[in-house]
Design a protein around this ligand. Structure first.
Ligand SMILES: [Zn+2]
Length: 212
């Protein structure tokens, strides 16, 4: 049985997810913690639940999804895992952050690239990796088929889709990704997005104005 703990962090209201099962093995997805109180909130939860963090994985590497990357990689001695096509996105973060008026240190930890078809295993749980570019060039989502759960990053939101005006973004690619990769999962798959509330594929098929 998968447990999902959602945190909403930083000025961009980004959703960071901790997934764990009954073995207490856990993964963290898109760590956006940006200051000591957010870091403390995250660590407190890990300590309270006695979780063992086994993977640090990212759907993509936009600034709001990586603000806690150095902190988590250092604290838990984990490589940051993301798609190789998002490496330039990660490397652009310090400059990009400067435009928003704040400072972000370059990521200094170990990197490990993941791609569609890879499996992320922790405890008794295995997540499948799907490649869904468009919002970011190397965007992936993590799917847990036994419970029909998708950790979806910034691809599909409740009633909306990810923006495509950032470097490496492409609207047609994003629409194709959603229709060819997410829709076939099935109407009852629940999507936990990088911003805002969760939704499901069936609802978005019917109601999402960007997908009709
Ligand atoms: Zn993004």
């Amino acid at each position: 049985m998968l447990s999902i703990k959602q945190f909403t962090f930083n000025a961009f209201q980004e959703n960071t997810y901790l997934l764990y099962d009954e073995t207490k093995s856990a993964v963290i997805i898109d760590p956006g913690c940006s200051n000591s109180s957010e870091e403390r909130e995250l660590l407190n939860f890990v300590e309270q639940e006695e979780l063992s963090l086994e993977h640090l994985i990212n759907t993509h590497c936009h600034v709001d999804h990586v603000l806690g990357l150095n902190f988590i990689a250092d604290k838990f001695n984990l490589p940051a895992q993301f798609h190789a096509l998002d490496l330039p996105v990660l490397e652009a973060v310090p400059n990009y952050a400067t435009m928003y008026g704040f400072n972000v240190m370059p990521f200094s930890g170990e990197k490990k690239f993941i791609a569609e078809g890879d499996k992320i295993t922790f405890g008794k749980t295995t997540l499948d990796v799907l490649f869904v570019p468009g919002h970011a060039p190397g965007h992936v989502v993590f799917v847990y088929h036994p419970e029909k759960i998708v950790i979806g990053g910034d691809v599909l939101f409740y009633g909306s889709i990810g923006r495509t005006d950032l470097p490496g973004g492409d609207h047609e690619t994003l629409i194709t990704s959603i229709k060819s990769k997410l829709f076939p999962l099935g109407d009852d798959y629940v999507v936990y997005p990088g911003h805002g509330p969760k939704t499901n594929i069936g609802f978005e098929k019917k109601n999402n104005p960007f997908l009709n």
